[in-house]
Design a protein around this ligand. Structure first.
Ligand code: PMP
Length: 287
């Protein structure tokens, strides 16, 4: 089946879809994006993704390409045309096309691209073996809360992890605090069973999965504290895990060469994963 992309108002075959070479997304990484999980044909936390997209657009002063209702229809329609049952929708908005020059062009119209693809989303426990992360210096900028398409440090970090035989990097800031993964949020569970993750702020991307796990955990009576933690805290933790739209929740069983807890997927991590899978499979209908 040939894939379909939505590009500036038109659904077209992905292989022939094109963007102008003077698009500012291409020239300057002057744009933002979102990735949304589709589970059983429905978008998970669509409203929350749109809220974050609004924040990213506002931070870069890129105008909304269309109303949220119209945008939601494009997202759903792109998923439908690509026959996505379980998968991912990707949407990207750049500032638009203009002669290459740094200042914001006065009359550029934002470029909107939406694609969707099938993706085997994790279903049950067997899809979630524990993973290893390695730590590396966080070399990103001071606005990591903006979901910008400028992802070079994240790409380098992920490749470094793979080169070292690990699943991901946990990036560490100048104070020795873990910021987050290359495309995921970082968590630990301390010796008292408290779930700990870094507070939102300019140092990390406020993950939608992160927010959802926090609410699901609290509703389940689990104590969650948003505070920064060090690499040493993480290595001494009872359990550790990471979260993202594409991976849901993955237990971290090794950090660098330190084995976390028993070296197996932790009980509380597993519980949180079960809660999240149940939530995602229930399917929160697109709003
Ligand atoms: N941090 C970074 C740097 C990311 O790229 C992502 C994935 N978009 C996340 C965290 C997790 O965010 P979400 O749960 O919304 O996918």
């Amino acid at each position: 089946m040939s894939r379909i992309a939505y590009v500036n108002g038109r659904y077209q075959p992905l292989r022939s879809a094109v963007i102008n070479v003077e698009d500012r997304g291409f020239q300057f990484a002057d744009g933002v994006y979102e990735v949304i999980a589709v589970v059983d044909g429905r978008c998970v936390d669509l409203a929350e993704h749109f809220d974050r997209l609004d924040c990213s657009l506002a931070a870069l002063r890129i105008p909304q390409p269309m109303s949220r209702a119209a945008f939601s229809s494009v997202v759903e329609e792109t998923a439908r045309r690509n026959r996505v049952g379980d998968g991912l929708v990707y949407m990207q908005i750049s500032r638009g096309v203009a002669r290459r020059d740094h200042p914001f062009p006065p009359n550029a119209k934002p470029t909107l691209v939406v694609t969707a693809r099938r993706h085997v989303l994790p279903k049950g426990r067997e899809d979630f073996p524990g993973v290893r992360v390695v730590t590396a210096r966080d070399i990103r900028w001071a606005r990591c809360d903006i979901k910008s398409i400028s992802l070079l440090p994240n790409v380098l970090a992920k490749q470094e992890a793979l080169d070292k035989g690990a699943f991901d990097v946990w990036m560490v800031d100048g104070d020795g605090l873990v910021s987050e993964g290359s495309s995921s949020n970082a968590w630990i569970i301390d010796g008292r069973g408290t779930v700990v993750t870094r507070p939102t702020g300019p140092e990390i991307l406020g993950g939608i999965t992160r927010d959802r796990i926090i609410s699901l955990a609290r509703e389940d009576g689990v104590e969650v504290v948003e505070r920064p933690f060090t690499v040493d805290d993480a290595k001494a933790a009872r359990e550790a895990f990471l979260t993202s739209t594409t991976t849901f929740l993955r237990s971290v069983i090794r950090i660098d060469d330190a084995v976390i807890g028993s070296g197996e997927v932790g009980t509380l991590s597993q519980r949180l994963l079960d809660l999240y899978i149940t939530y995602a499979r229930k399917g929160i209908v697109c709003r």
